[in-house]
Design a protein around this ligand. Structure first.
Ligand SMILES: *[C@@H]1O[C@H](CO)[C@@H](O)[C@H](O)[C@H]1NC(C)=O
Ligand SMILES: *[C@@H]1O[C@H](CO)[C@@H](O)[C@H](O)[C@H]1NC(C)=O
Ligand SMILES: [Cu+2]
Length: 218
């Protein structure tokens, strides 16, 4: 246990010195990614506790906000309305539990809502994640919508904007698609194109709305 704790402390300290100051999140690159892979596979939850110890020792880290906090997590940036098109970019993301997906909004008036695979363009249920609409005439909307990945199951998202039929036109994306399944993003989009009208989830929920912590995503 002593060995585990000290390794995790070293990993946390290495990250602290290599990465930009909080609230920047860990980047999915090189040393950090290696540290994450090792820490995840070998130490699991011990990492969060050890980093809390590192906090008090160095004074430069904040205490983890929750038990599942992963200081090595990656942030996946998504651009809604990429290049003026009715699409998300990237639109097929592989994310680990604890990773963040941060949605940035370009013109016109896009959103981000969760459906099932079987029923595109409508909320998966009353708890469907939903950013609300983020209109911007020019440049990026002031806020991003950030969700935390809590499962390796596929999650399907669509833009419920009815003006211009965004979902029917293919504005959809997937997180953690099962690549051995016929449930592909192309299949989702084909089914979406056959739907009549999109429906928004009942309320904004399932993520946080705030200015982008690391600046604009373009
Ligand atoms: C954005 O779209 C939503 C849903 O269609 C609509 O309610 C809202 O008024 C729109 N906002 C702007 C500024 O166009
Ligand atoms: C289906 O997609 C095509 C373009 O790919 C589009 O022209 C058509 O309007 C879409 N159908 C609906 C119902 O929006
Ligand atoms: Cu849209």
């Amino acid at each position: 246990m002593v060995a585990i704790t000290s390794f995790a402390l070293v990993a946390a300290a290495t990250l602290a010195s290599a990465a930009p100051a909080y609230p920047s999140y860990g980047q999915p690159e090189s040393a950090t990614a290696v540290a994450q892979a090792e820490a995840d596979s070998v130490f699991g939850n011990a990492v969060a506790e050890a980093s809390a110890v590192a906090d008090s020792a160095s004074g430069s880290w904040h205490a983890p906000p929750s038990k599942t906090f992963n200081p090595f997590r990656a942030t996946h940036r998504v651009i809604a309305g990429f290049n003026g098109m009715l699409r998300y970019e990237p639109e097929n993301i592989v994310a680990e539990i604890g990773d963040l997906v941060e949605v940035h909004y370009l013109p016109k008036n896009h959103s981000f809502a969760q459906s099932s695979f079987q029923k595109p363009c409508v909320p998966i249920n009353d708890d469907a994640k939903f950013s609300g609409f983020m209109p911007t005439k020019e440049g990026e909307a002031p806020n991003v919508f950030t969700i935390e990945i809590d499962s390796k199951e596929p999650q399907w998202y669509y833009c419920p904007q009815t003006v211009g039929s965004h979902c029917q036109m293919g504005m959809a994306m997937v997180i953690n698609q099962n690549f051995n399944s016929p449930n592909t993003l192309d299949a989702y989009k084909a089914a979406a194109n056959k739907t009549e009208v999109s429906i928004s989830p009942p309320r904004v929920q399932g993520g946080t709305i705030a200015p982008p912590p690391n600046g604009p995503g373009l």
